[in-house]
Ligand binder design. Structure first.
Ligand code: AMP
Ligand code: GLY
Length: 421
């Protein structure tokens, strides 16, 4: 079987590696990949947003299965385009991807289906958002407010403002950081407090299979200080959610979401990602993503025992209920190594040292990497590597990851020393 993975980050490197382990796979292509992916897959020079070109590539190269990593291609309708041409593809349809691509759509969807989430109001322009805040009809005077751009914003569209004045400032600045289109609507949200957990699931429209719960570390600096990033590290650990919490989340969130998508005519097929806040009143949905997370995927896939191809086939055939999706016991941790200047402007082109060493139960997934003419691996993006370790327990997984991190270096490398703490 020939598989095509769409994307170029650490998530896609982890996907390619996992496909490589399947006996059913004879060849992996990745559009457009990175220097680490090039070791397991043939790189294809097409960007994820070029969905017509990707579909033509899949037809011409008789690709048996395509797997989409990120949100850009999903929101553009890559799945609909491939299916129209009779090509097999795993990912959310354009309609399903609105759960991620439009925060106002997701909030109204949750309201329609009684899915627990933060209270909110939708403004049709930045000016209306400010008016709503000033009217006093939203939120409590002096309390924090969360300001969210409606559209896709690569993690930069959310500001947790300490008070109304800060929220107004955030509204006025949002257009500059995320662009006009993403702020055609703005969501104002009540600020929730608690621990954040992400729960991802494979979904076939009708049935689902949960993945192990994970936690992301979004801020650039230790102790959750500084700017939000795409994610500086993750852990997968069974203790992040108790059995009771998981059962409640299934009943109050997962099942109503799956049912709601069916009722509204877009059965959810692909990967559904629930960003949750565990409040004293129970789990609340902070956001939906219609895809695997990066770097959530890295810690999840190193624990997957079942052949990923089998799971993909079950998603396509709507037989996930008949497929046992199995996971290794224990925990895993991923420490992201980022370039100097990330998340603002990352410095690229620095030679990476220490990649020749091998460590037991450690995978070094490449994100922003390239090779120079001498064959050295060099930095080529903000997040450069995701050092991912698994072990029987979390503290050992973290120790293993940092031991490997200690061997890697480049000019300006930055990372958090508190992943999983
Ligand atoms: P999102 O892109 O919607 O996941 O938001 C990015 C981050 O902002 C989340 O991971 C949370 O840390 C924070 N956040 C978003 N919405 C809320 C909320 N209603 N209350 C508190 N924090 C939030
Ligand atoms: N790590 C967060 C995301 O992929 O959305």
């Amino acid at each position: 079987m020939k598989v095509l993975v769409v994307g170029s980050g650490g998530r896609e490197h982890a996907l390619c590696r996992t496909f490589k382990q399947s006996e059913k796979i004879t060849k992996i292509f990745c559009a457009d990949g990175n220097a680490g992916i090039a070791r397991v897959a043939e790189r294809v020079n097409i960007k994820p947003g070029e969905i017509g070109a990707l579909a033509r590539f899949a037809v011409e190269n008789r690709i048996d299965l395509t797997f989409v990593g990120g949100e850009t291609a999903l929101a553009l309708g890559i799945v609909d385009e491939f299916e129209r041409r009779g090509l097999k593809i795993v990912g959310a349809s354009k309609q399903s991807a609105r759960l991620e691509a439009s925060k106002s759509f997701a909030k109204d969807f949750m309201r329609r289906h009684n899915i627990p989430t933060a209270g909110y109001e939708i403004a049709e322009s930045p000016r209306e958002a400010v008016e709503i805040l000033r009217s006093g009809r939203f939120g409590i005077e002096g309390a924090p407010v969360v300001v969210k751009a409606d559209g896709l914003a690569a993690g930069k569209g959310v500001v947790v403002a300490a008070n109304r004045l800060e929220a107004e400032r955030a509204i006025n600045e949002l257009e500059n950081t995320v662009g006009k289109e993403a702020v055609e609507r703005i969501v104002l949200e009540e600020c929730l407090f608690g621990k954040e957990v992400s729960l991802l699931l494979f979904a076939d429209g009708e049935h689902f299979a949960l993945m192990p719960p994970v936690r992301d570390h979004k801020r650039i600096y230790e102790n959750d200080a500084g700017a939000n990033t795409g994610g500086m590290g993750t852990i997968a650990d069974p203790s992040l959610l108790s059995k009771d919490e998981t059962a409640k989340i299934i009943g109050e969130i997962v099942e109503p979401t799956m049912r709601g998508c069916r009722e509204e005519g877009f059965p959810f097929r692909g990967i559904l990602f629930l960003g949750l806040m565990m409040t004293p009143d129970g789990a609340r949905v902070i956001e939906y993503n219609a895809r695997f997370g990066d770097p959530e995927t890295q810690v999840i896939l190193v624990k997957l025992k079942t052949d990923l191809v089998e799971i993909c086939e079950a998603i396509l055939n709507q037989t996930l209920d008949e497929t046992a999706v199995e996971w290794e016991t224990g925990s895993s941790a991923c420490v992201v190594l980022a370039a100097r200047g990330y998340p603002q402007k990352a410095q690229t082109g620095d030679v990476i040292y220490g990649l020749d060493k091998e460590f037991t139960d450690v995978n070094i997934f490449h994100a922003g990497t390239a090779q120079d003419e001498r064959g050295n691996y060099i930095t080529n993006g903000g997040r450069v590597l995701g050092v991912t370790a698994s072990a029987e327990n979390l503290s050992e997984a973290i120790k293993r990851a940092y031991r490997a991190v200690g061997e890697i270096s480049w000019n300006g490398m930055q990372y958090r020393r508190d992943i999983g703490k």
